[in-house]
Each structure stands twice: as structure tokens, then as C-alpha cells.
Design a protein around this ligand. Sequence first.
Ligand code: HEC
Ligand code: HEC
Ligand code: HEC
Ligand code: HEC
Ligand code: HEC
Length: 198
Amino acid sequence: MHSGLTKSRTIFVLAGVLLLCACTPEKKYRALSFFFDGVPNPSVRGKLTENATEEEKASAASDAGEAARKAQRARGEAEKEVYQSQHSPYVKRECESCHDRTSKNLLVTSKRKLCFNCHDENKFTGPYVHGPVAVGACLMCHQPHRSTRPTLLLKSTPELCLQCHDKREVFANENHEGVTDCLECHQPHIAEDPMFMR
Ligand code: HEC
Ligand code: HEC
Ligand code: HEC
Ligand code: HEC
Ligand code: HEC
């Protein structure tokens, strides 16, 4: 009885997502591309002449090593500032935990299932499951690698939410007068109540 109810709700929600996605082309989302490093390795050039002494060579080499280490540290700091969140398997360069290297740009499993290879699916089920979560559309809200926002978020609110929820409808609701941070009141994944209140 209970599971029957849950199932029909899921189907209902799935239909909702399909409807909403029809007016929100995946293309738009796909266009939000991944930021490549873009920071070239600063080249550290020695100033040694042909007839430099061994001591001069050793000292220059150690200067170069120190400069390279400094540049590396600076790059790390800069990345931390630009990217507020980075996905642990991405940082550890465990690319093959998600990508199948034998085939260009192919993932190890469908996008719908990929996240549950590591994140417990049970944490994404509950009395009420948000439409995109119920269908495994995690990438509508999260970046897989890293983000300039916290929690690997694709966008900030309200834009994140307004990808699917109609702006005029949302702001016609008096509960939403002047709000920008949708997460102040709503849960993104699951909730005890149908309005996903916190
Ligand atoms: C947690 C899983 C995960 C890990 C780890 C991961 N990726 Fe990805 N990556 C994805 C997903 C999912 C996409 C597809 C995004 C899409 O199509 O919307 C993707 C897309 C890409 C793309 C295509 C360009 C783009 O961003 O759409 C490249 C290139 C890429 N990944 C490289 C890497 C490299 C290199 C690593 C390791 C340093 C890595 N990925 C680690 C999940 C991952
Ligand atoms: C290979 C394992 C792996 C896969 C696959 C994976 N994750 Fe993660 N994810 C982790 C680990 C490890 C952490 C860090 C520990 C934690 O918070 O559980 C993490 C953390 C996160 C966080 C929190 C980041 C933060 O800064 O607080 C988000 C959001 C997230 N993952 C989303 C996703 C999404 C969306 C997918 C599917 C595209 C996915 N993960 C697939 C391993 C994975
Ligand atoms: C509607 C947007 C949205 C969707 C869809 C979504 N998330 Fe999230 N997720 C968020 C937001 C926002 C946060 C930040 C947590 C907060 O503010 O409460 C978050 C946080 C997380 C975290 C870290 C903290 C936590 O709550 O565990 C993980 C891991 C995560 N999401 C994984 C996923 C996975 C896996 C999916 C797909 C099944 C998914 N998310 C779908 C918006 C979303
Ligand atoms: C990928 C599309 C998508 C995104 C992004 C999204 N939602 Fe939803 N949301 C849905 C769908 C689908 C439903 C279910 C509609 C239904 O059951 O009729 C839903 C339902 C809701 C509900 C329950 C009320 C209702 O109309 O059923 C609330 C509240 C809600 N979302 C808030 C948010 C907030 C806040 C965000 C941003 C953090 C967000 N949503 C982002 C697709 C999305
Ligand atoms: C100050 C708290 C608060 C904030 C912030 C907030 N909401 Fe709501 N939201 C509510 C309340 C209260 C309801 C009505 C709940 C009910 O009727 O039981 C609601 C209902 C909704 C619904 C379902 C009814 C409708 O109007 O369609 C959606 C969708 C929704 N909110 C999305 C959003 C989005 C998107 C944002 C960010 C722009 C947001 N909410 C920010 C309190 C808030």
C-alpha cells in the first residue's frame, strides 16, 4: 500500500520533470561548460652561462625548484578562491571512477545512476522526493567536477530553481516577496512535507 503510493507519486513527479524539461532544453544546461585549468605553468628559466661553476649551477637549480614550488602554492591558493567547492574524486584525479577512458567522453554508467555509485541512494528517498532528485537528474543542480559556488552548485539561487520553476508563478506567491535565497526555506532533495520546507 505504502510503496504503491510512493510509486505513483514518483511517476507523477517524473511526468512533471519531463514536462518541465521540455521547456528547459538540456542543451542550455550542457552549454554550461567545465572550466579548464587555463593557468599555464610559469616557466622558470635559469640564467646560467656555458661556463658557470658547479656551485652556480646547483644554486640556480635550487632557486628554480623553490620558484616552482612557490608558483605551485600560489596556483593552489588561487584555485581555492575561484572554486568554492571541488569534488573529492576529481581533486584526487580519480577520473576513471566516473569516466570510461576506453571510449571518448563516455561515463562508466548512465548519468542517472552515476552519482549513486558513491552516494547512498537511501539518502535521496523520503516521504517527499523533489522531482529532479526522484529521476536522478542531479546534474541539473550540480557540477560533476568543481564549482565557483559552494556544494558543487551549477548556479546560485534563485536562478538554480528558476531553471524549472516559472519565475512569474513563483513571485506571484506572496510567500516569496523579495526572496533571493530559496534554500533559506526549502530543502533541495527530500522533505517531510510536500512543499519541501526546512
Ligand atoms: C564524479 C564523477 C566525475 C569525475 C570524478 C570526473 N568527471 Fe569528468 N565529467 C563527469 C560528468 C558527469 C560529465 C558530463 C557532464 C555533462 O555532460 O553534463 C563530465 C564531463 C567531462 C568532460 C567533458 C567536458 C565537460 O565538462 O562537459 C571532460 C573533458 C572531463 N569530464 C574530464 C574529466 C577529468 C580529466 C577528470 C579527472 C581529473 C574527471 N573528468 C573526473 C563526471 C566526472
Ligand atoms: C567516485 C565516487 C563519487 C561519485 C561517482 C560521485 N561522488 Fe560526489 N562525492 C564523493 C566524495 C568522496 C565526496 C566527499 C565526501 C562526502 O561529502 O561524502 C563527495 C561529495 C559530493 C558533494 C558535496 C561537495 C561539497 O563541497 O560539499 C556533492 C554535492 C556531490 N558529491 C555530488 C555528486 C553528484 C551530483 C554526483 C554525480 C554526478 C556525484 N557526487 C558522484 C564521491 C563521489
Ligand atoms: C534542485 C537542485 C538539486 C538537485 C536536483 C540535487 N541537488 Fe544535491 N544539493 C542541492 C543543494 C542546494 C545542496 C546544498 C545543501 C543545502 O543547502 O541544504 C545540495 C547538496 C548536496 C550534497 C552535499 C550535502 C548533502 O546534503 O548531502 C550532496 C552529496 C548532493 N547534494 C548530491 C546530490 C545527488 C546525488 C543528487 C541527485 C540524486 C542531487 N544532489 C540532486 C541541490 C540539488
Ligand atoms: C530540474 C528541474 C527542477 C529544479 C532545478 C528545481 N525544481 Fe523544484 N520541482 C521540480 C518538479 C518536477 C517538481 C514536482 C512538481 C509536481 O509534483 O507537480 C518540483 C517541486 C517543487 C516544490 C513543491 C511544490 C510543487 O510545486 O510541487 C518546491 C517547493 C520546489 N520544487 C522548490 C524548488 C527549489 C527551492 C528549487 C531550487 C533549489 C527547485 N525547486 C529546483 C523541478 C525542479
Ligand atoms: C521565506 C521563506 C521562503 C523562501 C525564501 C522561498 N519560499 Fe517557496 N514557499 C514558501 C512557502 C511558505 C510556501 C507555501 C507552502 C504552503 O503552501 O504550504 C512556498 C511554496 C513554494 C512553491 C510551491 C507553490 C508555488 O508558489 O508554486 C514553490 C515552487 C516554491 N515555493 C519555490 C521557491 C523558490 C524558487 C524560491 C526562491 C526564489 C523560494 N520558493 C523561496 C516559503 C519560501
